[in-house]
Design a protein around this ligand. Structure first.
Ligand SMILES: Nc1ncnc2c1ncn2[C@@H]1O[C@H](COP(=O)(O)OP(=O)(O)O)[C@@H](O)[C@H]1O
Ligand SMILES: O=P(O)(O)OC[C@H]1O[C@](O)(COP(=O)(O)O)[C@@H](O)[C@@H]1O
Length: 340
């Protein structure tokens, strides 16, 4: 009988619980014993292990967060830490480990493979969606809906006061959340890392767009969605710069960790369920150092090294729509008032 283990690591994402449930139920279906390590890689280093039962994963499919807890773990990056992790996996006679997490967690698996001989299967779980090898990572769609809901609410008050808002969203170095939520909420500007060379050099364009929109539309609401980490001091400081340059107040809104919480939506529950089943099947079929994913509705296995080393591009069609087709300032300057 195989003994498999599962852990969640890095930024938690809605749908991680659904995925743990799926891994546990599939493992039990195959007659495997399944264990959970708590607190991400800290659980391996500190040997926080528990047997997972069907009872424990009942009624968690709808819950945000993660039953196994998550964390970042600097000790796991050290040689002594990783050796302890391997020792604890061997002591528990674990044959295969499933890690649900983002690119850092998958890099951790590559590191672990140098010290531990068991099978390693990754499942993409992060709101950032920044992993090649799957069209969507678990949590991304739910987080995007959370942002859209927030911007819709902001639009009401922005319209009422004819105000400019700058909404900062997560996505460490990736613009998936910004681009998708910005398009879906009809934001006037979307600023995200992949669409930008150097924000300091492009500041004039950002300001010019706001000013042109004001000239063409008169006073009206204007929403800028911006990814985190693009400006020192974030949206607070950048909105201050804009306020000073435009002479009209631009209000910052930082959505922060709200984006990581909440019930996973149907899409993420189903994705998490499929990937959990497929991960255990991959173990049964003898695979290792692979990440399960879904590309164009097909379940896929991709080498973890490719998933973390190949940068995943944002949807080109979406970025073109935003930059080239939907630019209201350009539309207004291309058409006469009577045609729009
Ligand atoms: N290069 C690496 N070598 C070993 N472990 C790593 C490496 N990169 C990340 N990790 C481990 O994975 C954890 C999660 O990675 P992090 O980048 O914080 O989140 P995510 O997996 O969501 O991208 C880290 O805290 C660390 O324990
Ligand atoms: O909660 P923390 O540790 O401040 O991390 C914040 C980061 O985590 C995320 O929410 C998720 O990123 P990861 O999946 O890479 O951990 C990022 O969008 C954000 O930059």
């Amino acid at each position: 009988m195989k003994r498999i283990a599962v852990l969640t690591s890095g930024g938690d994402a809605p749908g991680m619980n659904a995925c743990i449930r799926s891994v546990v139920l599939t493992a039990l279906h195959f007659g495997y014993q399944v264990y959970g390590f708590r607190h991400g890689y800290n659980g391996l280093v500190d040997n926080e292990i528990e047997l997972l039962t069907m009872q424990q994963v009942r009624h968690i499919i709808q819950k945000g967060g993660t039953l196994l807890k998550s964390a970042r773990c600097s000790k796991f990056k050290t040689e002594s830490g990783i050796k302890l992790a391997a020792k604890h996996l061997d002591a528990a006679e674990i044959d295969a480990l499933i890690v649900i997490g983002g690119d850092g967690s998958l890099r951790g698996m590559m590191h672990l493979s140098k010290y531990w001989q068991g099978q390693l299967i990754g499942i993409p779980g992060t709101i950032d969606n920044d992993l090649s090898g799957s069209d969507n990572t678990i949590g991304f769609q739910t987080a995007t809906e959370t942002v859209i809901d927030a911007i819709d609410k902001l639009r009401d008050t922005a319209d009422a006061f004819e105000r400019i808002f700058m909404v900062e969203v997560m996505g460490r170095d990736a613009g998936f959340i910004a681009l998708s939520s910005g398009i879906a909420s009809g934001a006037e500007q979307i600023i995200y890392p992949e669409g930008l060379k150097d924000i300091h050099q492009e500041l004039d364009c950002i300001i010019q767009h706001v000013e042109s929109a004001r000239k063409l539309h008169g006073r009206s609401s204007y929403i800028i969605v911006i990814s985190e980490n693009l400006w020192p001091g974030g949206a607070y400081d950048l909105s201050q710069v804009l306020t000073e340059q435009i002479g009209i107040e631009c209000r910052p809104v930082i959505l922060g960790h709200i984006q990581r919480g909440g019930c996973p939506n149907g899409f993420d529950r189903i994705l998490a369920t499929k990937l959990g089943v497929f991960a255990v099947e991959a173990i049964k079929n003898g695979h290792s150092l692979m990440m399960v994913g879904e590309i164009s509705n097909e379940l896929t296995l991709t080498a973890i090294s490719d998933c973390v080393n190949n940068k995943k591009p944002v949807d080109k069609k979406l970025s073109d729509i935003q930059a080239k087709v939907f630019d209201s300032v350009e539309i207004l300057s291309n058409c006469t008032k009577s045609t729009i």
